[in-house]
Design a protein around this ligand. Sequence first.
Ligand code: PMT
Length: 397
Amino acid sequence: MLHNKRVILGITGGIAAYKAVEILRLLTKAGADVHVIMTRSAQEFIAPLTFQTLSANPVHTELFNLIAEREIGHISLADKADLFVIAPATASSIGKIANGIADDMLTTTVMATRAPVLIAPAMNVNMFTNPIYRNNEKKLRRLGYLFVPPVKGSLACGWEGEGKLADPETIFEAAVSALTIKDLAGRTIMVTAGPTREEIDPVRYISNHSSGKMGYALARSAARRGARVILVSGPVNLPPPHGVELVGVTSAEEMRRVVMARVGECSAVIKAAAVADYRPVERSGSKVKKQARELTLQLTRNADILAELGALEQRPFLVGFAAETDNLESHATTKLREKNLDMIVANDVSQSDAGFNVETNRALLLFRDSPMVECPLMSKGELATVILDHILSAGLS
Ligand code: PMT
Protein backbone atom coordinates (compact mmCIF):
# COMPACT_ATOMS: atom_id res chain seq x y z
CA MET A 1 0.00 0.00 0.00
CA LEU A 2 2.79 2.42 0.88
CA HIS A 3 5.53 1.05 -1.37
CA ASN A 4 7.87 3.79 -2.59
CA LYS A 5 6.51 6.20 0.02
CA ARG A 6 8.88 7.91 2.39
CA VAL A 7 7.30 8.86 5.69
CA ILE A 8 8.95 10.93 8.41
CA LEU A 9 7.67 9.96 11.84
CA GLY A 10 8.24 12.74 14.37
CA ILE A 11 8.02 11.72 18.03
CA THR A 12 7.75 14.29 20.80
CA GLY A 13 8.00 13.90 24.56
CA GLY A 14 4.84 12.39 25.99
CA ILE A 15 3.99 9.18 27.78
CA ALA A 16 2.30 7.97 24.57
CA ALA A 17 5.71 7.96 22.82
CA TYR A 18 5.81 4.17 23.20
CA LYS A 19 2.73 3.92 20.95
CA ALA A 20 4.83 5.32 18.11
CA VAL A 21 6.46 1.87 17.97
CA GLU A 22 3.16 0.39 16.76
CA ILE A 23 2.61 3.26 14.31
CA LEU A 24 6.09 2.64 12.89
CA ARG A 25 5.36 -1.09 12.63
CA LEU A 26 2.10 -0.50 10.73
CA LEU A 27 3.79 1.94 8.34
CA THR A 28 6.76 -0.32 7.58
CA LYS A 29 4.49 -3.37 7.23
CA ALA A 30 2.57 -1.46 4.56
CA GLY A 31 5.86 -0.91 2.70
CA ALA A 32 6.77 2.66 3.70
CA ASP A 33 10.38 3.77 4.14
CA VAL A 34 10.14 5.43 7.56
CA HIS A 35 12.65 7.91 8.99
CA VAL A 36 12.21 8.79 12.63
CA ILE A 37 12.98 12.13 14.26
CA MET A 38 12.84 12.29 18.05
CA THR A 39 12.90 15.37 20.23
CA ARG A 40 15.13 15.40 23.29
CA SER A 41 12.11 14.90 25.60
CA ALA A 42 10.85 11.96 23.51
CA GLN A 43 14.12 10.21 24.31
CA GLU A 44 13.31 10.48 28.02
CA PHE A 45 10.40 8.10 27.39
CA ILE A 46 11.81 5.64 24.86
CA ALA A 47 15.23 4.96 23.39
CA PRO A 48 16.05 5.84 19.75
CA LEU A 49 17.57 2.39 19.27
CA THR A 50 14.07 0.83 19.29
CA PHE A 51 13.02 2.96 16.33
CA GLN A 52 16.35 2.56 14.56
CA THR A 53 16.06 -1.22 14.74
CA LEU A 54 12.43 -1.31 13.59
CA SER A 55 12.77 1.27 10.81
CA ALA A 56 16.18 0.03 9.59
CA ASN A 57 17.11 3.71 9.25
CA PRO A 58 19.18 5.97 11.52
CA VAL A 59 17.07 7.95 13.99
CA HIS A 60 17.53 11.72 13.86
CA THR A 61 17.80 13.42 17.22
CA GLU A 62 20.13 16.39 16.78
CA LEU A 63 19.95 19.37 14.47
CA PHE A 64 23.70 19.78 14.57
CA ASN A 65 24.96 16.37 13.64
CA LEU A 66 28.26 16.39 11.76
CA ILE A 67 27.50 13.31 9.67
CA ALA A 68 23.89 14.10 8.76
CA GLU A 69 24.68 17.77 8.20
CA ARG A 70 27.12 16.95 5.41
CA GLU A 71 23.98 17.06 3.27
CA ILE A 72 22.02 19.51 5.49
CA GLY A 73 20.10 16.70 7.20
CA HIS A 74 16.89 18.53 8.03
CA ILE A 75 16.50 19.91 4.50
CA SER A 76 17.26 16.66 2.68
CA LEU A 77 14.83 14.75 4.93
CA ALA A 78 12.18 17.42 4.46
CA ASP A 79 12.61 17.32 0.68
CA LYS A 80 12.45 13.55 0.41
CA ALA A 81 9.28 13.13 2.50
CA ASP A 82 5.97 12.12 0.96
CA LEU A 83 4.29 12.53 4.34
CA PHE A 84 5.23 13.84 7.78
CA VAL A 85 3.46 12.26 10.76
CA ILE A 86 3.94 13.66 14.27
CA ALA A 87 2.70 11.20 16.90
CA PRO A 88 2.46 11.86 19.73
CA ALA A 89 2.52 15.64 19.32
CA THR A 90 2.70 17.63 22.55
CA ALA A 91 1.03 21.01 23.12
CA SER A 92 4.51 22.55 23.11
CA SER A 93 5.57 21.09 19.74
CA ILE A 94 2.24 22.10 18.16
CA GLY A 95 2.64 25.59 19.63
CA LYS A 96 6.13 25.88 18.15
CA ILE A 97 5.03 24.73 14.70
CA ALA A 98 2.02 27.07 14.72
CA ASN A 99 4.24 30.00 15.58
CA GLY A 100 7.16 29.29 13.29
CA ILE A 101 9.62 28.36 16.02
CA ALA A 102 12.16 25.97 14.53
CA ASP A 103 14.70 25.26 17.23
CA ASP A 104 15.31 21.51 16.97
CA MET A 105 15.55 18.80 14.31
CA LEU A 106 11.80 18.05 14.35
CA THR A 107 10.40 21.58 14.16
CA THR A 108 13.05 22.66 11.64
CA THR A 109 12.27 19.74 9.32
CA VAL A 110 8.49 20.34 9.60
CA MET A 111 9.04 23.96 8.66
CA ALA A 112 11.15 23.00 5.65
CA THR A 113 8.88 20.28 4.24
CA ARG A 114 6.38 20.66 1.43
CA ALA A 115 4.86 17.25 2.22
CA PRO A 116 1.48 16.99 3.96
CA VAL A 117 1.84 17.04 7.75
CA LEU A 118 -0.40 14.86 9.92
CA ILE A 119 -0.45 15.69 13.62
CA ALA A 120 -1.74 13.33 16.34
CA PRO A 121 -1.89 15.34 19.58
CA ALA A 122 -1.65 13.81 23.06
CA MET A 123 -1.78 15.87 26.23
CA ASN A 124 -3.58 16.58 29.49
CA VAL A 125 -7.30 17.42 29.04
CA ASN A 126 -6.86 20.95 30.44
CA MET A 127 -4.00 21.62 28.06
CA PHE A 128 -6.15 20.30 25.21
CA THR A 129 -9.04 22.62 26.06
CA ASN A 130 -6.78 25.61 26.75
CA PRO A 131 -7.65 28.41 24.30
CA ILE A 132 -3.96 28.88 23.47
CA TYR A 133 -3.74 25.28 22.26
CA ARG A 134 -7.12 25.61 20.51
CA ASN A 135 -5.93 28.66 18.59
CA ASN A 136 -2.72 26.94 17.56
CA GLU A 137 -4.61 23.91 16.26
CA LYS A 138 -7.15 26.10 14.45
CA LYS A 139 -4.36 28.09 12.82
CA LEU A 140 -2.58 24.96 11.64
CA ARG A 141 -5.81 23.40 10.32
CA ARG A 142 -6.46 26.61 8.36
CA LEU A 143 -2.99 26.28 6.85
CA GLY A 144 -3.76 22.74 5.65
CA TYR A 145 -2.15 20.70 8.43
CA LEU A 146 -4.06 17.47 9.06
CA PHE A 147 -5.06 16.31 12.54
CA VAL A 148 -6.03 12.98 14.08
CA PRO A 149 -7.93 14.14 17.17
CA PRO A 150 -7.11 12.60 20.53
CA VAL A 151 -9.72 10.40 22.20
CA LYS A 152 -11.40 10.45 25.62
CA GLY A 153 -10.07 8.19 28.35
CA SER A 154 -8.07 8.06 31.56
CA LEU A 155 -4.93 10.06 31.04
CA ALA A 156 -1.50 9.24 32.47
CA CYS A 157 -1.68 12.40 34.63
CA GLY A 158 -4.71 10.98 36.48
CA TRP A 159 -7.31 13.14 34.74
CA GLU A 160 -10.20 11.69 32.74
CA GLY A 161 -11.11 13.29 29.42
CA GLU A 162 -9.99 14.14 25.92
CA GLY A 163 -6.27 14.10 25.31
CA LYS A 164 -5.34 10.45 24.87
CA LEU A 165 -3.41 9.67 21.67
CA ALA A 166 -5.68 8.16 19.00
CA ASP A 167 -5.21 4.42 18.32
CA PRO A 168 -2.16 3.56 16.19
CA GLU A 169 -4.55 1.97 13.61
CA THR A 170 -6.52 5.23 13.37
CA ILE A 171 -3.30 7.22 12.88
CA PHE A 172 -2.06 4.70 10.31
CA GLU A 173 -5.37 4.89 8.44
CA ALA A 174 -5.20 8.72 8.41
CA ALA A 175 -1.62 8.46 7.05
CA VAL A 176 -2.71 6.11 4.24
CA SER A 177 -5.65 8.37 3.47
CA ALA A 178 -3.34 11.44 3.33
CA LEU A 179 -1.22 9.62 0.74
CA THR A 180 -4.18 8.45 -1.37
CA ILE A 181 -5.48 10.40 -4.34
CA LYS A 182 -9.13 11.33 -3.73
CA ASP A 183 -10.41 10.22 -7.11
CA LEU A 184 -13.76 9.11 -5.62
CA ALA A 185 -14.46 12.38 -3.81
CA GLY A 186 -18.05 13.54 -4.19
CA ARG A 187 -19.35 10.00 -4.76
CA THR A 188 -21.46 7.94 -2.38
CA ILE A 189 -20.83 4.23 -2.70
CA MET A 190 -22.86 1.54 -0.97
CA VAL A 191 -21.06 -1.76 -0.38
CA THR A 192 -22.78 -4.88 0.95
CA ALA A 193 -20.64 -7.44 2.73
CA GLY A 194 -20.72 -10.65 4.71
CA PRO A 195 -23.33 -13.37 4.95
CA THR A 196 -26.98 -13.12 5.87
CA ARG A 197 -28.57 -15.33 8.53
CA GLU A 198 -31.99 -16.83 8.04
CA GLU A 199 -33.37 -17.95 11.37
CA ILE A 200 -34.96 -21.35 11.87
CA ASP A 201 -35.69 -20.83 15.56
CA PRO A 202 -34.16 -18.69 18.37
CA VAL A 203 -30.93 -20.75 18.36
CA ARG A 204 -30.41 -21.94 14.77
CA TYR A 205 -30.00 -20.31 11.38
CA ILE A 206 -29.05 -20.94 7.74
CA SER A 207 -26.00 -19.02 6.57
CA ASN A 208 -22.77 -19.37 4.54
CA HIS A 209 -18.99 -18.99 4.88
CA SER A 210 -18.67 -15.32 3.92
CA SER A 211 -16.31 -13.52 6.31
CA GLY A 212 -16.98 -10.03 4.94
CA LYS A 213 -13.29 -9.57 3.99
CA MET A 214 -13.93 -8.79 0.32
CA GLY A 215 -16.71 -6.29 1.03
CA TYR A 216 -14.82 -4.62 3.88
CA ALA A 217 -11.72 -4.27 1.65
CA LEU A 218 -13.88 -2.51 -0.96
CA ALA A 219 -15.43 -0.20 1.64
CA ARG A 220 -11.99 0.65 3.12
CA SER A 221 -10.45 1.34 -0.27
CA ALA A 222 -13.38 3.51 -1.44
CA ALA A 223 -13.27 5.55 1.80
CA ARG A 224 -9.51 6.08 1.44
CA ARG A 225 -10.11 7.35 -2.08
CA GLY A 226 -12.51 9.99 -0.77
CA ALA A 227 -15.93 8.37 -1.32
CA ARG A 228 -18.68 8.57 1.25
CA VAL A 229 -19.24 4.89 1.99
CA ILE A 230 -22.33 3.14 3.33
CA LEU A 231 -21.35 -0.39 4.35
CA VAL A 232 -24.34 -2.68 4.78
CA SER A 233 -22.97 -5.71 6.54
CA GLY A 234 -24.26 -9.06 7.67
CA PRO A 235 -22.82 -10.52 10.91
CA VAL A 236 -18.99 -10.70 10.66
CA ASN A 237 -16.01 -10.56 13.01
CA LEU A 238 -14.26 -7.58 11.45
CA PRO A 239 -13.75 -4.06 12.82
CA PRO A 240 -15.49 -1.49 10.60
CA PRO A 241 -13.07 0.35 8.31
CA HIS A 242 -12.34 3.95 9.34
CA GLY A 243 -14.56 6.64 7.95
CA VAL A 244 -17.39 4.43 6.68
CA GLU A 245 -21.01 4.42 7.81
CA LEU A 246 -21.71 0.88 9.00
CA VAL A 247 -25.28 -0.43 8.92
CA GLY A 248 -25.48 -3.88 10.50
CA VAL A 249 -28.15 -6.29 9.28
CA THR A 250 -28.89 -9.96 9.89
CA SER A 251 -31.31 -11.40 7.33
CA ALA A 252 -31.59 -10.98 3.56
CA GLU A 253 -34.90 -9.18 4.02
CA GLU A 254 -33.28 -6.69 6.42
CA MET A 255 -30.46 -6.13 3.94
CA ARG A 256 -33.00 -5.58 1.17
CA ARG A 257 -34.88 -2.96 3.23
CA VAL A 258 -31.70 -0.99 4.01
CA VAL A 259 -30.32 -1.19 0.46
CA MET A 260 -33.60 -0.11 -1.16
CA ALA A 261 -34.07 2.72 1.34
CA ARG A 262 -30.57 4.13 0.75
CA VAL A 263 -29.99 3.48 -2.98
CA GLY A 264 -31.24 6.97 -3.89
CA GLU A 265 -28.15 8.47 -2.19
CA CYS A 266 -25.66 6.43 -4.20
CA SER A 267 -23.53 6.83 -7.33
CA ALA A 268 -22.65 3.12 -7.16
CA VAL A 269 -23.72 -0.04 -5.33
CA ILE A 270 -21.28 -2.93 -5.00
CA LYS A 271 -22.92 -6.15 -3.83
CA ALA A 272 -20.16 -8.32 -2.37
CA ALA A 273 -22.48 -9.85 0.24
CA ALA A 274 -23.34 -13.52 0.07
CA VAL A 275 -27.10 -13.17 0.41
CA ALA A 276 -29.04 -16.31 1.27
CA ASP A 277 -31.25 -17.30 -1.65
CA TYR A 278 -33.74 -19.07 0.64
CA ARG A 279 -35.17 -18.70 4.15
CA PRO A 280 -37.36 -21.02 6.22
CA VAL A 281 -41.04 -20.60 5.41
CA GLU A 282 -41.70 -20.31 9.12
CA ARG A 283 -39.47 -19.25 12.00
CA SER A 284 -40.35 -21.19 15.13
CA GLY A 285 -40.79 -18.93 18.19
CA SER A 286 -39.31 -21.58 20.47
CA LYS A 287 -36.41 -23.99 20.04
CA VAL A 288 -37.35 -26.86 17.68
CA LYS A 289 -37.15 -30.05 19.78
CA LYS A 290 -35.26 -33.13 18.70
CA GLN A 291 -37.94 -35.75 18.00
CA ALA A 292 -38.32 -37.60 14.72
CA ARG A 293 -35.30 -39.20 12.98
CA GLU A 294 -35.73 -36.87 10.04
CA LEU A 295 -36.74 -33.25 9.94
CA THR A 296 -37.84 -31.46 6.79
CA LEU A 297 -37.29 -27.75 6.57
CA GLN A 298 -39.45 -25.95 4.06
CA LEU A 299 -37.70 -23.00 2.44
CA THR A 300 -38.94 -20.10 0.38
CA ARG A 301 -37.06 -17.81 -2.03
CA ASN A 302 -35.68 -14.52 -0.77
CA ALA A 303 -36.06 -11.47 -2.96
CA ASP A 304 -33.04 -10.90 -5.23
CA ILE A 305 -31.82 -7.49 -4.06
CA LEU A 306 -29.47 -6.95 -6.97
CA ALA A 307 -32.13 -7.80 -9.54
CA GLU A 308 -34.46 -5.32 -7.82
CA LEU A 309 -31.77 -2.64 -8.06
CA GLY A 310 -31.22 -3.49 -11.72
CA ALA A 311 -34.94 -3.02 -12.43
CA LEU A 312 -35.06 0.50 -10.98
CA GLU A 313 -35.89 3.18 -13.52
CA GLN A 314 -33.18 5.46 -12.16
CA ARG A 315 -30.37 3.36 -10.87
CA PRO A 316 -26.76 3.93 -9.82
CA PHE A 317 -23.74 2.12 -11.32
CA LEU A 318 -24.32 -1.50 -10.32
CA VAL A 319 -21.62 -4.03 -9.53
CA GLY A 320 -22.51 -7.60 -8.64
CA PHE A 321 -20.35 -10.49 -7.53
CA ALA A 322 -20.79 -14.03 -8.80
CA ALA A 323 -19.67 -16.85 -6.52
CA GLU A 324 -19.27 -19.83 -8.84
CA THR A 325 -17.78 -23.30 -8.65
CA ASP A 326 -17.85 -24.03 -12.42
CA ASN A 327 -18.36 -22.27 -15.77
CA LEU A 328 -17.32 -19.00 -14.19
CA GLU A 329 -17.53 -16.83 -17.27
CA SER A 330 -20.84 -18.06 -18.66
CA HIS A 331 -22.67 -18.11 -15.29
CA ALA A 332 -21.41 -14.63 -14.48
CA THR A 333 -22.36 -13.31 -17.94
CA THR A 334 -25.91 -14.60 -17.43
CA LYS A 335 -26.12 -12.84 -14.04
CA LEU A 336 -24.75 -9.62 -15.55
CA ARG A 337 -27.49 -9.64 -18.21
CA GLU A 338 -30.40 -10.96 -16.14
CA LYS A 339 -29.80 -8.57 -13.24
CA ASN A 340 -29.10 -5.63 -15.59
CA LEU A 341 -25.67 -4.81 -14.10
CA ASP A 342 -22.84 -2.60 -15.34
CA MET A 343 -20.16 -4.95 -14.07
CA ILE A 344 -19.81 -8.30 -12.33
CA VAL A 345 -16.86 -9.75 -10.42
CA ALA A 346 -16.76 -13.50 -10.90
CA ASN A 347 -14.78 -15.48 -8.34
CA ASP A 348 -14.20 -19.21 -8.34
CA VAL A 349 -15.15 -20.19 -4.79
CA SER A 350 -14.12 -23.82 -5.25
CA GLN A 351 -10.43 -22.80 -4.91
CA SER A 352 -8.80 -22.79 -1.49
CA ASP A 353 -7.00 -19.45 -2.00
CA ALA A 354 -9.97 -17.53 -3.40
CA GLY A 355 -13.55 -16.62 -2.51
CA PHE A 356 -14.92 -17.31 0.95
CA ASN A 357 -13.04 -16.57 4.18
CA VAL A 358 -9.47 -16.22 2.85
CA GLU A 359 -7.20 -13.18 2.50
CA THR A 360 -6.76 -13.50 -1.27
CA ASN A 361 -8.95 -13.68 -4.34
CA ARG A 362 -8.72 -14.01 -8.11
CA ALA A 363 -11.49 -12.92 -10.42
CA LEU A 364 -12.82 -12.19 -13.86
CA LEU A 365 -14.26 -8.73 -14.30
CA LEU A 366 -17.09 -8.69 -16.83
CA PHE A 367 -18.70 -5.53 -18.17
CA ARG A 368 -21.87 -4.63 -19.96
CA ASP A 369 -20.00 -3.22 -22.96
CA SER A 370 -16.27 -3.71 -22.69
CA PRO A 371 -13.97 -6.74 -22.83
CA MET A 372 -13.39 -9.05 -19.88
CA VAL A 373 -10.43 -8.43 -17.55
CA GLU A 374 -8.63 -11.27 -15.77
CA CYS A 375 -7.31 -10.53 -12.27
CA PRO A 376 -4.71 -13.06 -11.06
CA LEU A 377 -4.36 -14.09 -7.40
CA MET A 378 -3.89 -11.04 -5.18
CA SER A 379 -4.92 -9.78 -1.74
CA LYS A 380 -8.56 -8.74 -1.36
CA GLY A 381 -7.29 -5.19 -0.69
CA GLU A 382 -5.48 -5.16 -4.04
CA LEU A 383 -8.48 -6.60 -5.85
CA ALA A 384 -10.67 -3.91 -4.27
CA THR A 385 -8.36 -1.24 -5.74
CA VAL A 386 -8.53 -2.84 -9.20
CA ILE A 387 -12.34 -3.10 -9.03
CA LEU A 388 -12.67 0.57 -8.03
CA ASP A 389 -10.26 1.62 -10.81
CA HIS A 390 -12.48 -0.18 -13.34
CA ILE A 391 -15.66 1.31 -11.90
CA LEU A 392 -14.11 4.76 -12.38
CA SER A 393 -12.91 4.11 -15.90
CA ALA A 394 -16.24 2.48 -16.87
CA GLY A 395 -17.81 5.88 -16.39
CA LEU A 396 -19.04 6.21 -12.79
CA SER A 397 -20.70 9.63 -12.63
O1 PMT B 1 -16.83 -12.40 2.48
P1 PMT B 1 -15.59 -13.15 2.04
O2 PMT B 1 -15.23 -14.29 2.94
O3 PMT B 1 -14.45 -12.21 1.77
O4 PMT B 1 -15.92 -13.83 0.63
C1 PMT B 1 -16.16 -13.07 -0.50
C2 PMT B 1 -17.32 -13.61 -1.34
C3 PMT B 1 -16.96 -14.96 -1.91
C4 PMT B 1 -18.59 -13.72 -0.50
C5 PMT B 1 -17.54 -12.56 -2.50
O5 PMT B 1 -16.37 -12.44 -3.24
C6 PMT B 1 -18.69 -12.94 -3.40
O6 PMT B 1 -18.56 -13.67 -4.35
N1 PMT B 1 -19.92 -12.41 -3.08
C7 PMT B 1 -21.18 -12.77 -3.77
C8 PMT B 1 -21.71 -14.08 -3.24
C9 PMT B 1 -23.02 -14.44 -3.88
O7 PMT B 1 -24.01 -14.36 -3.22
O8 PMT B 1 -22.95 -14.74 -5.16
P2 PMT B 1 -24.23 -15.19 -6.07
O9 PMT B 1 -23.60 -15.57 -7.35
O10 PMT B 1 -25.06 -16.17 -5.33
O11 PMT B 1 -25.07 -13.85 -6.22
C10 PMT B 1 -24.86 -12.96 -7.30
C11 PMT B 1 -25.07 -11.51 -6.84
O12 PMT B 1 -26.43 -11.30 -6.46
C12 PMT B 1 -24.23 -11.11 -5.66
O13 PMT B 1 -23.74 -9.80 -5.89
C13 PMT B 1 -25.22 -11.13 -4.49
O14 PMT B 1 -24.88 -10.15 -3.50
C14 PMT B 1 -26.52 -10.76 -5.17
N2 PMT B 1 -27.71 -11.36 -4.52
C15 PMT B 1 -27.85 -12.70 -4.41
C16 PMT B 1 -28.99 -13.22 -3.83
C17 PMT B 1 -29.99 -12.34 -3.36
N3 PMT B 1 -31.09 -12.79 -2.80
N4 PMT B 1 -29.82 -11.02 -3.48
C18 PMT B 1 -28.71 -10.50 -4.06
O15 PMT B 1 -28.55 -9.28 -4.15
